[in-house]
Design a protein around this ligand. Structure first.
Ligand code: NAD
Ligand code: USQ
Length: 396
């Protein structure tokens, strides 16, 4: 299968590129390398020493005799290059990871909000328009977010993308239809994922583009079977206040004896998935294809839900750490319940890697190994959802 991986130098994209290559896909990575520049902007580095992409690709060739091609392209800006690329490679699958993915980064300032919308909306729309322009028959597999559903407590298991609603027509007869589950984004980043959904709905309906939107939970862990093969293939591990996600941050905090940073009450419940399951799910999505149905296939890509405070206690009990309740920089519900359907990936063969399986220790060991690379000044989350409003109010 000819497969393009957009955003293939990132945390999810790199191990996915290797996993698909190992399973016989003919992979091309397309990436602007903007994420490495954002590390420079923020003055942070991955906990793990990630190598330049050229070195990563050489290491993969040496380890497997398999080639992965790389094209550097800003997909939000260089539309003509994207069209050329689709025509030249004629991919059967396009996996789309190429977005600014941090909620805190998206809330840092008006510039960061505007960059996130500009980048994410343009990459997705450029891709869809280019696929139509070249008559691409590829299946587009996009990485969306569980967060588009919002984190209100609702008395149902979150369905996979669509909600069946019943309403009375003008004659009072009950009618039923399926609608996209109403979005309730909790950050500008999550807002862009909600916008993506509408673009997918439109292009699937109007142009018959085949789309699978994977609503993914928070990814934890770092290594996969493929990235483990050579130290030069090591995956990114973000721990800083902008890009570090909660469980990976707790593991690094525990490794350096930094009190675990639980935001607010800690009673926020979120969905999680291990990076090893991420790469498998994407392969299952790519290889199961999708009928041209005129609407996107949505699958919830998560394996378990946890409250933040329970994760903190789990890390404290397993690895040893102090738990600190810090003021919540975000505007989010103090508490929510969350229950999610994930039948579609289970039916495709997903065997969930749960926290209970002990893999947390593997991540903790990596955190220990690279502890010398941690900059503790970069741990606090200093992106405030409402700081500007508060500052304006204080000044008024
Ligand atoms: P990441 O920041 O590590 O990787 C994103 C990659 O996309 C980077 O290599 C970056 O350089 C590239 N990119 C961004 N804008 C681009 C552009 N305009 N042109 C070309 N390349 C561009 O992020 P990640 O953690 O790997 O996330 C990948 C996708 O998965 C994102 O869309 C994210 O929303 C989704 N996702 C991630 C998580 C998670 O916990 N990491 C959870 C759910 C969903
Ligand atoms: N949190 C803490 N302490 C921390 C960091 C986070 O208590 O040190 C809390 C947050 O306040 C939030 C929860 O943990 O309640 C999750 O935060 P997160 O940073 O781990 O995850 P989030 O911002 O939701 O974003 C991440 C990815 C994003 C993806 C999303 C999936 O960065 O790309 O879309 O997870 S989901 O959350 O399901 O929408």
């Amino acid at each position: 299968m000819r497969t393009l991986i957009l955003g293939g130098d990132g945390f999810c994209g790199w191990p996915t590129a290797l996993h698909l290559s190992a399973h016989g896909h003919d992979v091309t990575i397309v990436d602007s390398l903007v994420r490495r520049r954002i590390d420079d902007e923020l003055g942070v580095q991955s906990l793990t020493p990630i190598r330049p992409l050229s070195e990563r690709l050489l290491a993969w060739r040496e380890a497997t005799e398999r080639e992965i091609d790389f094209v550097q392209c800003d997909l939000a800006r260089d539309y003509d290059r994207l069209v050329e690329l689709l025509a030249e490679k004629n991919p059967e699958t396009i996996v789309h990871f190429a977005e600014q993915r941090s909620a805190p980064y998206s809330m840092k300032s008006p510039r960061h909000k505007r960059y996130t919308v500009d980048n994410n909306a343009n990459v997705t729309h450029n891709l869809l328009a280019a696929m139509v322009q070249v008559g691409s028959q590829a299946q587009l597999v996009h990485l969306g977010s569980m967060g588009v559903y919002g984190y209100e407590t609702v008395p149902l298991d979150l369905p996979e993308g669509y909600l069946t609603v019943t309403y009375p027509d003008n004659d009072g007869r009950p009618q039923t239809r399926e609608i996209l589950y109403p979005t309730q984004p909790g950050s500008v980043y999550h807002l862009t994922k909600s916008m993506d959904q509408l673009m997918f709905q439109y292009y699937a309906h109007n142009d018959g583009i085949r789309i699978t939107d994977l609503h993914q939970g928070i990814v934890w862990g770092t290594q996969t079977d493929e990235t483990d093969r050579d130290v030069r293939l090591i995956n990114r591990f973000d721990y800083d206040g902008d890009y570090g996600t909660v469980l990976n941050r707790f593991l690094v905090e525990a490794a350096i004896g930094y009190p675990l940073t639980v935001h607010g009450s800690g009673r926020q419940t979120r969905a999680f998935i291990n990076i090893r399951d991420t790469v498998r799910c994407i392969r299952m999505a790519a290889e199961s294809g999708d009928e041209v149905s005129g609407r996107p296939r949505v699958m919830n890509q998560m394996t378990e839900t946890h409250r933040v405070i329970d994760l903190a206690h789990l890390v404290a009990n397993t690895i040893g750490a102090e738990v600190n309740m810090v003021p919540n920089p975000r505007q989010e519900a103090e508490e929510n319940r969350l229950s999610v359907r994930n039948d579609r990936l289970l039916n495709l063969g997903l065997e969930p890697t749960l926290l209970a399986t002990g893999l947390m220790r593997e991540s903790a060991e990596i955190a220990h190994e690279y502890v010398g690379r941690v900059d503790t000044n970069r741990i606090p989350c200093v992106s405030y959802w409402n700081r500007q409003r508060e500052t304006a109010a204080e000044g008024a």
